[in-house]
Write a protein that binds this ligand. Structure first.
Ligand code: FYN
Ligand code: ADP
Length: 590
């Protein structure tokens, strides 16, 4: 790109009087860096290239951590989960056009999951793009980003960088968090302006995510409905985890004595072993509850849209006749699927605090009949699970392998657990208990395959702790090259691949008998652990629970990048795990 200083960007002094001294100048590169630092951004996830290579160098030279990936999608996933973990927008920096598009999936993922993230991409010049004159990597990125972002901005002049960054930060974290796109054309970076003017153009965002206080009458309406319930249920969603109101949420659950379900990324807000957890009675409590309190959870597909059949299979009853309380920062979320009888609009921290204050010193506990019925089903399911976990088949199956992971996570509750796959996801969710909030980082609302290694890097870099990434062998394939990134930064990541030789299973055959394998299988006995060894990490092939346990314990002791290839029976697993019913063929049979 040519370094052209546009008229409007000339130093202010040069436009009028003679400067008393040669005007100190700054440029677009430096203003982007200063604007990010001024707002507490200290880590960038990205991948260098035209026109942002020099920006990556200068970001690092200015003291920011620049975590360079092998594919922008993984950098974007890292930025998205960094936003969820910290409440500050995760920053993903990409080159133009293809790099931008690679990051766009992650931006859409962030928006869908309400994670605060900013995708910053270099771009081609407006005048060339708008005339479609065929620039290098020409693309109207802003237009393409808009439908997938909570907000999208472009900055053309250096003196506007401060506003652009401030608007992107506020848009990402205020209200319902989400993904924001910030478009920085190549010509912006070399623009120079008077340093003092540049400094004065920067904005330190004040109160970027202001509290949103619920109306007192809305709080009272909700409490009246809960008090009237004979079979109340609380559902905690990832919004409740994101809100960082952990003590008050636990106090609300324990003060009311109401059984609760944690959605996947809300696990650990209260320990999964908590006596009020109804996780092991999920298909019973959902249709049987008469009042359901949603806290940072949407009645989307994961909750059967609050109506019809739940996920417990043919025997499960359908939702019907429940009344709903919904605590959410988004007023439009109410009634999205079914009527919400008592919406409480505000940030969860303020809403829960207001409810606790309005409840007074004591609160009537749910009827024993309800609690006993849940306990009965919980006991039955726990016993059924225990029976499966106690078996020690060879080769291992999901239960015998995850029984080890369950123990390791219990012994290391501070560790982050990244999880993706189909069977690898669903079995890990129900077998591996979580004990602390914001430690389980998984596929989220969209069920995205490919979040694994990006999440693992972010959890290690931003969370600053041990990471255990439990991966399906198919899921790992989407981001596996980032094993090199994990080694390059020497991150304490222990990847456990549950390897059953296929997308869902490894025993599917090509029905024609032809030479091509089934599209659903992989190389049998693939040695994924060699990939980690290739970059200096530790690779282990684990064929038994004892070998898996030893390898995981050593990985955590050493803190070294480790990949454990856990050999799972290729006949284990079902198509799409617990959501096999979403497959059209399954629907046809049903
Ligand atoms: C749960 N369960 C347990 C326990 N925890 N039994 C014993 N002990 C424990 N600790 C029981 C629970 O009561 C259910 O049995 C069953 O295990 C499953 O519970 P789970 O996993 O909590 O919930 P369920 O029914 O699967 O929830 C539906 C769902 C979930 C859609 C929310 O499947 C989900 O989040 N899926 C994500 C799928 C996805 O995104 N995949 C990625 C792409 S897939 P019953 O109560 O008897 O039913 C690529 O192909
Ligand atoms: P889950 O998949 O765990 O059920 P969802 O992503 O479906 O969670 O829902 C999260 C909900 O939480 C969204 O509706 C979002 O508006 C809401 N939310 C996110 N952060 C906050 C917050 N700080 N306060 C209140 N609601 C929030």
């Amino acid at each position: 790109m040519n370094d052209v200083v546009t008229q409007s960007a000339k130093p202010a002094a040069a436009a009028g009087g003679q400067p008393d001294h040669p005007a100190q100048e700054t440029d677009g590169f430096q203003l982007v860096i200063d604007a990010l630092k001024l707002n507490g951004i200290d880590t960038i996830f990205g991948l260098p290239g035209i026109p942002i290579t020099d920006l990556t160098r200068r970001l690092q030279a200015n003291g920011l951590r620049v975590i360079a990936f092998r594919h922008e999608q993984n950098a974007g996933y890292a930025a998205s989960i960094a936003g969820f973990m910290t409440g500050k927008p995760g920053i993903c920096l990409t080159v133009s056009a293809p790099g931008f598009l690679n990051g766009l999936t992650a931006l859409a993922h962030a928006t869908t999951n309400c994670f605060p993230m900013i995708l910053v991409s270099g771009s081609s010049e407006r005048e060339v793009v708008d005339l479609q004159q065929g620039d290098y990597e020409e693309m109207d990125q802003l237009a393409i980003a808009r439908p997938h972002a909570k907000a999208a901005f472009r900055v053309l002049h250096a003196e506007d960088i401060g506003v652009g960054v401030a608007r992107a930060i506020r848009a990402a974290v205020s209200g319902r968090p989400g993904g924001v796109y910030l478009d920085l054309p190549a010509k912006l970076f070399p623009q120079s302006i008077d340093a003092e003017a540049g400094k004065n153009s920067l904005i330190k965002v004040v109160d970027p995510a202001p509290r949103q206080i619920p109306a007192a009458d809305a709080v009272q309406r909700a409490l009246d409905l809960v008090r009237s319930a004979k079979r109340p249920l609380i559902i905690l969603g990832k919004g409740a985890a994101y809100a960082r109101a952990d003590a008050d949420i636990r106090a609300l659950v324990e003060k009311t004595g109401i059984p609760y379900l944690s959605m996947a990324m809300a696990k650990g807000l209260l320990p999964d072993t908590h006596e009020q957890s109804a996780a092991a009675a999920r298909s019973y409590v959902l249709p049987e509850a008469d009042v359901v309190v949603l806290i940072g959870a949407r009645l989307n597909w994961l909750l059967s849209h609050g109506k019809g059949k739940t996920w417990g299979g043919a025997s499960a009853k359908a939702w019907g006749g429940q009344k709903f309380v919904q605590i959410d920062i988004s007023p439009q979320e109410a009634d999205s699927n079914v009527r919400i009888d008592a919406p409480v609009v505000g940030d969860i921290g303020s809403c829960v605090a207001a409810m606790l204050a309005a409840m007074g010193p004591s609160w009537p506990q749910p009827p024993a009949e309800w609690l006993d019925a849940i306990a009965e089903r919980r006991t039955k399911n726990v016993a059924k699970m225990a029976e499966s976990l106690a078996k020690d088949p060879s080769p291992m199956n999901y239960h015998s392998a995850l029984n080890v992971v369950r123990d390791i996570v219990k012994a290391n509750p501070d560790a982050f657990l990244v999880n993706e796959g189909a069977n690898a996801l669903d079995f890990t969710r129900s077998i591996v208990d979580m004990y602390q909030p914001r430690k389980r980082l998984d596929v989220g609302t969209w069920g995205v395959m490919g979040i694994g290694m990006g999440y693992a890097v972010a959890a290690a870099v931003v969370g600053g702790g041990q990471v255990i990434a439990v991966e399906g062998d198919s899921a790992f394939g989407f981001s596996g090259m980032e094993v090199e990134t994990i080694c390059r930064y020497n991150l304490p990541v222990c990847v456990v691949i549950l390897n059953n030789n296929g997308v869902y299973r490894g025993d599917e055959k090509n029905p024609t008998g032809g030479a091509d394998p089934s599209p659903l299988v992989f190389v049998k006995g693939a040695r994924y652990e060699k990939l980690m060894e290739a970059f200096g990490g530790v690779g282990v092939l684990a064929a038994t629970p004892a070998e898996l346990r030893a390898a995981m314990e050593e990985a955590i002791r050493s803190g070294r990048p480790t990949l454990i290839n856990a050999v799972i029976d290729e006949r284990a697993g079902t198509e799409s795990g617990r959501i096999t019913s979403l497959n059209p063929s399954a629907k046809k049979k049903a």
